[in-house]
Ligand binder design. Sequence first.
Ligand SMILES: [Zn+2]
Ligand SMILES: [Zn+2]
Length: 156
Amino acid sequence: MYLKCPACDSELNKVSVGNILLDVCQGGCAGVWLDKNELKKINNSDCKEGCILFKLKKNPNIVVDFDKQRYCPKCSNQKLTENCWKLKEDIIVDICDSCNGLWLDNGELALILGVEIKGHQESRANKLNTLRKQINTSTQEANSSLVDHFRALISF
Ligand SMILES: [Zn+2]
Ligand SMILES: [Zn+2]
């Protein structure tokens, strides 16, 4: 029985950081699942810039739907609830109210731990910007289809 990624449904893989064994979505969306207290353990470990947790590669074919309801990979049928990270409010984390596990999308762990990573990182802070752009675009599209509609009225 494998653990299913809450974000992209891929199979989670085990990686070890020091003596901590973690479930990550290596080869999928590159998110990280943390059991209760594992964030504290990582924070106390020597997991810094070069740590494998910050080198997870996101599969470019995987598209994460941030609006989809997510479920805890460890508790059956337990929904994850979205919470703003208490120290940095632009980070949204998914928490299991049953086991107190924590799901972090790619890049969010680095943001939380204050580790700077080179290269593009997808987080929901970026997602928020993308959403805003989409809203602008769809407003423009709505306007242009309105223009087309009027053109059609005029030409007939
Ligand atoms: Zn995933
Ligand atoms: Zn759980």
